[in-house]
Write a protein that binds this ligand. Structure first.
Ligand code: GLU
Length: 444
């Protein structure tokens, strides 16, 4: 089987953590199977869809590294939906209905008042030709419903949830086209999945009931259905995340210094039995992707955990991956020396400033002569070979200092900070002359 998956966002906003996760799982499965991953823009709702969001979705997927093998747009396929509806209508699987929203609401209230499930009563099927002609004459346009087959049990083996069953008689015949001719999501998605050869539909479990309805649509169109995988939703700190970052969108993540690799590593594994690991390359995530590892319980998405993972991933990023975002002139050795200390790539600029800018330090009185001695030693040692170990070895001997009293005044004098990257890595980057001058300045 040639696997085809699709990610089908509505372009009514930026991507957020939940739908990035859905996109990622579709991508991982397609990549694992050597299949195709399609982007389908669900823009049947012309009023809420915006072109800027289409562009943002493409840009966000590209930033995440989720390359697509094709893009489709529902707004370009209305003809296919018309044809499908005509076929369904001819086969008695779709029918026009004229109730207004208010009438339907009233029916629902009455049913609920009687303790009955609010299932559409199919009154439209009892209309006579004369009734219909009268509605037409009054200029009323019908909406269209898909007629569920109450005798055909709905069942599928969900790749995540296991065997699923729904009772069609307990479901309303879904409205598939509005009276104004616009399409609801339900039928176009099925027509697209058939035409695009989609083999696996991976989406949130809020779509489980839709799947039941759509399975009957596949059958009514004479098409074999794809396999379905419904994932448990994310909970927890999405709200908190929104508060801290202003939104859950990719843009906010990016501005907060979250690397795409961190989001990918987190979202590939959250809610599964596999561990979240700091990987800067998706290969192990692709190889390990397995629907059987997904749990049924909602998973908590935690921003603090994402930030911690992000730091671990920043420490793994090679120079070539980040060079464009580093201060001008920063070389590979600089990056390698400072990256183990960063939480975000942007913080590299602070360390660059420390290496090459002005460092403010006022040493404590009792450290002054020690630092003057350090300046003299720094001037005397051989800088072509590991200057830091030489410096501390000579100073340990001459000053009798050890541990914190040896290292801390040197770090403060040379970086203006109490902690940071290994001094052994920093010292050659600061260089001989600057080292000597900083130590002298601190000695007063
Ligand atoms: N546009 C739908 C959504 O975002 C797509 C659902 C599906 O994957 O079929 O919910």
């Amino acid at each position: 089987m040639h696997v085809v998956t699709r990610f089908a966002p509505s372009p009514t906003g930026r991507l957020h953590v939940g739908n990035i996760r859905t996109a990622l799982h579709n991508w991982l499965w397609a990549r694992k199977q050597g299949g195709r991953f399609l982007l389908r823009i669900d823009d049947t709702d012309r009023e809420r869809s915006e072109e800027t969001y289409v562009e943002a979705i493409r840009a966000d997927l590209a930033w995440l590294g989720l390359d697509i093998d094709g893009e489709e747009r529902q707004s370009a396929r209305f003809g296919a939906y018309e044809a499908a509806l005509a076929r369904l209508a001819a086969a008695g699987c779709a029918y026009p209905a004229w109730e207004s929203a208010q009438e339907l609401e009233l029916k629902r209230k009455i049913q609920l008042g009687r303790g009955k499930p609010p299932v559409y009563d199919r009154a439209a099927l009892a209309l006579t030709d004369a009734d219909k002609a009268r509605f037409e004459a009054e200029g009323r346009r019908p909406h269209w419903r898909f007629r569920l087959d109450h005798d055909a049990p709905i069942a599928w083996d969900d790749l995540i949830r296991g065997p699923q069953q729904l009772e069609p008689a307990l479901l309303s015949d879904p409205v598939i086209r509005r009276a104004d001719g616009s399409w609801l999501y339900m039928l176009p998605s099925v027509v697209d999945d058939v035409d695009m050869g989609v083999t696996h539909v991976v989406r949130g479990e809020d779509h489980v009931t839709n799947t039941g309805l759509q399975l009957q649509m596949f059958a009514a169109l004479g098409a074999a259905p794809p396999a379905f995988a419904h994932e448990a939703l994310l909970t927890g700190s999405e709200g908190k995340l929104a508060k801290r970052l202003g939104s859950t969108g990719v843009e906010a993540m990016r501005a907060a210094g979250i690397e795409p690799e961190a989001l990918i590593a987190k979202l590939a594994r959250i809610g599964t039995s596999l561990p979240v690991e700091p990987v800067a390359d998706p290969a192990p995530l692709i190889a390990g992707f397995d629907f059987a590892s997904f749990g049924r319980a909602p998973a908590r998405f935690d921003l603090a955990e994402l930030e911690a993972l992000n730091a671990r991933i920043v420490h793994l990023l090679p120079f070539a991956r980040v060079r464009e975002r580093l201060p001008a002139g920063m070389a590979e050795a600089d990056w390698d020396a400072i990256r183990p200390n960063l939480k975000t790539v942007a913080e590299a600029a602070d360390w660059w400033e420390i290496l090459h800018g002005h460092v403010e330090q006022a040493a404590a009185e009792e450290d002054r002569s020690f630092l003057a001695e350090a300046a003299a030693v720094a001037e005397a040692i051989d800088w072509s070979d590991s200057p830091w170990p030489q410096l501390v070895a000579r100073l340990r001997e001459s000053s009798g200092r050890a541990g914190k009293s040896l290292f801390h005044p040197l770090r403060r004098a040379l970086t203006g900070r109490d902690s940071g990257p290994e001094m052994g890595a920093l010292l050659p980057l600061i260089g001989r002359d600057e080292t000597v001058s900083r130590l002298r300045a601190a000695a007063g």
